[in-house]
Design a protein around this ligand. Structure first.
Ligand code: ADP
Ligand code: ADP
Length: 227
């Protein structure tokens, strides 16, 4: 049975940051729907062209396009033991489709860390977010600066600010999140998988809470040796 961790939370809550750290600690693959869309835009694929028209408006990319992209990603060999999902599912229809995919992959959702923060913190964090061009590593000019300004610590690539991180767009994305993604909190709460975490704590504290919850989640995989 493979292990899937689904990170839920508004834009700027810290999903990507936690996914990076958790992937390293658990050796599970990091699957970010936003990164996959941005990669397709960079490579000028047809999928990227479709995704861009929605991302530029701060709207969600249609479910059918998103589900197909994620399915193609999850059947790759590095997801054989499971994955940390960052940004998917984001609608009830995506969550239902994910259940079907999980049955095919013989996987299950072990834990859903639901990371929260106030709107002002979300706006401040996304306003200072810098992202690495090559692999999507995440920085913040105030809270988590790179060693050298504008350069990724890990791969030396250029850091850039996302177009959709402008304040008005972030406020709109938060509204979209509240309307379309919040129902998933109830969905996974009913399934007994949610653990709610105050994302305004230091990132190390958030990671520690997730890892602790994972050990107690009844996951079929024993992570104790790896952490
Ligand atoms: P999300 O994937 O949920 O949109 P990110 O992980 O990209 O969020 O984080 C948004 C911004 O906030 C980034 O600039 C990141 O460096 C910063 N950040 C993430 N977690 C914390 C934290 N616990 N404390 C302060 N800043 C954080
Ligand atoms: P954040 O990390 O700030 O939450 P993401 O990188 O996850 O932002 O997403 C950026 C944009 O990519 C979203 O505003 C949306 O347009 C698109 N996107 C990402 N994931 C999904 C998804 N699961 N369903 C539909 N659209 C998505």
């Amino acid at each position: 049975m493979s292990t899937f961790i689904v990170l839920l939370g508004p834009p700027g809550a810290g999903k990507g940051t936690q996914a990076e750290i958790l992937a390293e600690k658990t050796k599970l693959a990091h699957v970010s729907s936003g990164d996959l869309f941005r990669e397709n835009i960079k490579n000028q694929t047809e999928l990227g062209r479709i995704a861009k028209s929605f991302m530029d408006k701060g709207e969600l990319v249609p479910d059918d396009v998103t589900i197909k992209m994620i399915k193609d990603r999850l059947v790759r060999p590095d997801c054989e033991t499971g994955a940390i999902l960052d940004g998917f599912p984001r609608t009830p229809a995506q969550a239902d489709a994910f259940e079907v995919i999980l049955t095919e992959l013989k996987g299950r959702v072990d834990l859903v860390p639901y990371i929260t923060a106030s709107e002002e913190v979300l706006v401040a964090r996304t306003g200072g977010r810098w992202t690495c061009r090559a692999h999507g590593h995440i920085y913040n000019q105030t809270y988590n600066p790179p060693k050298q300004s504008g350069v990724c610590d890990f791969d030396g690539s250029e850091l850039y600010q996302r177009d959709d991180d402008k304040e008005e767009m972030v406020r709109h994305r938060i509204r979209v999140y509240l309307k379309q993604t919040m129902p998933l909190v109830e969905y996974y709460r009913k399934a007994g998988r949610i653990i709610e975490i105050d994302g305004m704590q230091a990132k190390e504290k958030v990671t520690a809470i997730v890892l602790d919850a994972l050990k107690n989640s009844g996951s079929r995989r024993d992570f104790s040796a790896e952490m």
